[in-house]
Design a binder for this molecule. Sequence first.
Ligand code: NAD
Ligand code: GLY
Length: 363
Amino acid sequence: MNSLNVELGERSYPIFIGSNLFDDQKLISPFLGKSRVVVITNSVVGPLYLEKVKGFLGFNYDSYIILPDGEEHKNLDSVGLIYDHLLRGKYDRKTILVALGGGVVGDIVGFAAATFQRGIRFVQIPTTLLALVDSSVGGKTGVNHSLGKNMIGSFHQPQCVIADMAVLGTLPGREVKAGFAEVIKYGLIGNVNFFDWLSKHSKALLDLNHDYLSETVQICCEAKANIVSADEKESGSRALLNLGHTFGHAIETASGYGKFLHGEAVAIGMVMAADLSKRLGLLDSAEAKKIRQMLEIDFGFSVIPPVDISETRYLELMSSDKKVEEGKIRFILLKAIGTAFIEHQVSEEVLRETLTSGSQLCM
Ligand code: NAD
Ligand code: GLY
């Protein structure tokens, strides 16, 4: 097992990375003290891992909640189910919530923990690749609104993250692939060698080669921990983690939550960001093409934006994204593979070219 720390002063916490970590109660017990623990999972993950996690939590385990599965349930109704359970069970401010699931469960539970009785502690046990490499680390919590993705939320850091790679064994192939969008993002924003390594080992990675996956999770968590430590509340560099997300969130919202997996929408969004960077004369066209090829050929993503979202709808959704500051959309653009930056001044004419490029993105 490896561990690394997210350094945030008194809110610092470890990420434990390994396999079959649920067998070792000693790993979690120091974080629980005498607290009652409520495990919150969903109807897919619960039947697979709840019993193991109950054993892992030992005498601290008190009860569980099963939420409905899916991005379409990442909303205040699900948060309400958690509040109801906690209030009916007379849980107090010492209670610890455990989020057992992918990014959806993690974001909902984190938000419930941030807001129940003005904030209680929680632990992340991520069970998807996306959650292992991204959403379980960094304390962004929240839910969607019908008018916008992740529009209701809070920053609230977990006590620790138990990143058990063994859970990936049951993850459907489409979900594994979607997780690689956020993995590739780390290469694009800051690590060209990692990008090349991912491209070289894409087949083994998609086949869940244990050694390559462990290395991947380690590299991504390290990158995320460093970024979050430097800019917890996204006043600057943390925004680089949103590469492709402004486009991706617009695709998710316009298509109805759940149609595109988050990673699938982000993959298209990253190709759109690369295309925009190329059109603005920032990114070499060979590099833009290489990014598309990596996502489309090496990892098998569809990189063509849905045809039913009009240019006007994109602009409308993108300008109500959280990434808008003083009326200007904040874009994450690329100067090269491995070098991203934040830009507020993008010509609308060029942006419209990207939005209408369809199958020609990055070509
Ligand atoms: P998800 O949580 O919906 O999980 C994907 C599917 O896999 C679900 O059906 C789930 O029940 C199932 N599943 C989970 N673990 C499984 C396992 N081990 N075996 C079998 N099935 C399993 O989706 P996701 O991709 O993990 O997360 C996407 C969400 O994460 C989005 O809402 C996105 O906004 C959010 N996100 C948050 C952050 C953050 O920093 N907080 C970062 C990136 C993404
Ligand atoms: N996934 C974006 C962030 O955590 O900032």
